[in-house]
Design a protein around this ligand. Structure first.
Ligand SMILES: NC(=O)CC[C@H](N)C(=O)O
Length: 423
């Protein structure tokens, strides 16, 4: 208990104008040539602050850099997951965003070759309190720092992530600029943050695949907790890649689907020509109202085959049905969001990552809100049985996150089975 209290008081330390000047004065380095007190002019054996995060509200946060160096702009969001930083780093839905992890200790399990959710890191950068000095995991193949460096992604640590999170909760998501370049002034970085925006920008085109491909990999048997729910039949699913996470594909494959992944611009007519049993509209980054071409595609497919939308896919479905999306104050990012299934009253703890939501008031009659987020009452799921569609605002595939919602993939398979029997 005493240890916890001490720790909290350390991470709650108020920002000082120049934390390094205080910190170096209070330390003495013992080296072979004797004892020297450190100062800005003496090279210290520990890393000094060498990065700045400048937020659009004018605040400047000194930090230490790891991974790539340079200058990068993005929207800062906080993620409350305790684990799964590698899946978060490779979730394409974070394109254009800095992810601040509220869990203070990151990097302790390193990274491994199996936990990738896409082919690269699309996010703008990683913001953490404390970078683990060692890695300990039997699956680890690389340290987090080396991994980010190779992928040219900036990271900062030793920054007061709790204070930044509280600011984001009060003011909403903020644009920030992260820089290791001393030649750039705070004012220049502030100007960059104030002239950049994420709203109204199509971020999907940069993260989607360029050509269709088949996906066959299932969840590894040691990780598959619902392996008893297997089907004799195989269903062909066309999955629109708006930034699709691999675990969505693995879960669909594990539930017996044969999957063709297609780019975000793939024409609806080509999809329908393939005569799929179902279509999945995936998760993806950015503003759902900035991709009208994708909404048109969804509109052309609605009602023709069973549809499942996840996150961005859910938001596009909402728009295609005539509804509107809006930007939330700071969104939902984490593995601990309670959601109520309004059909059966059950509560799922879910993995979430979104800054936008569908306004249920804007939806036409016949569309059913099936799930609500219990933290703020926002719409978390839709269904329109006459038009054979269902969608979730959150991530049933988890990765990272709890598996409470996994059976929704089974419900999608059932939707396809019923349709197949009917036709
Ligand atoms: N995970 C996602 O698909 C994110 C959806 C959308 N980009 C949002 O931020 O709301």
């Amino acid at each position: 208990m005493a240890t916890n209290a001490m720790y909290l008081s350390v991470i709650n330390r108020p920002l000082v104008a120049n934390p390094n000047s205080l910190r170096v004065r209070s330390f003495t380095v013992r080296c072979s040539t004797g004892s020297v007190s450190t100062g800005a002019s003496v090279s210290a054996p520990w890393k000094l602050a060498d990065a700045r995060l400048v937020l659009e509200d004018g605040s400047v946060w000194k930090a230490k850099s790891f991974g790539a160096s340079g200058t990068q702009v993005g929207e800062v969001v906080f993620n409350t997951s305790l684990t799964g930083y590698q899946e978060i780093l490779t979730d394409p839905s974070y394109a254009g965003q800095f992810v601040l992890m509220t869990n203070p200790h990151i990097g302790n399990t390193g990274v491994n070759i199996d936990d990738e959710e896409s082919i690269k890191c699309f996010l703008a950068g990683l913001i953490i309190r404390s970078l683990s000095i060692s890695t300990s995991n039997y699956r680890c193949t690389e340290s987090l720092s080396d991994y980010l460096l190779k992928r040219n992604i900036m990271g900062i640590y030793d920054v007061d992530t709790r204070a930044i999170t509280r600011r984001l909760r009060e003011d909403g998501s903020l644009i920030g600029v992260l820089s290791t370049e001393e030649s750039k002034t705070d004012e220049e970085l502030l100007e960059m943050s104030r002239t950049w925006d994420i709203v109204g920008v199509d971020l999907i085109s940069n993260v989607s695949c360029k050509q269709p491909y088949e996906w066959v990999e299932k969840t590894g048997s040691e990780w598959d907790f619902n392996s008893n729910r297997r089907h004799e039949e195989t269903f062909h699913v066309v999955a629109y890649d708006f930034g699709i996470k691999h675990n969505i594909l693995r879960r669909l494959a594990s539930y017996g689907c044969k999957i063709t992944v297609v780019p975000s611009t793939w024409p609806a007519a080509e999809t329908l020509k393939m005569k799929p049993d179902g279509v999945l509209f995936s998760n993806g980054p950015g503003d759902p109202s900035a991709v009208p071409y994708a909404v048109e595609t969804v509109k052309e497919i609605i009602g023709k085959v069973p549809i499942f939308g996840i996150c961005m896919g859910h938001q596009l479905l909402g728009q295609a049905l005539g509804g509107k999306t809006y930007k939330m104050k700071f969104g939902h990012h984490g593995g601990n969001h309670p959601v109520r299934n309004l059909r059966n009253g059950s509560v799922e703890i879910s993995a979430q990552n979104h800054n936008y939501a569908v306004d249920p008031e804007s939806l036409p009659s016949g569309v059913e809100v099936t799930h609500v987020n219990l933290n703020d009452g926002s719409c978390a799921g839709l269904a329109f049985p006459q038009r054979k569609l269902m969608s979730l605002q959150y991530h049933p595939e988890a990765s990272p996150g709890p598996h409470d919602s996994d059976l929704v993939f089974d419900h999608f398979v059932e939707l396809m089975r019923k349709e197949k029997q009917r036709s």
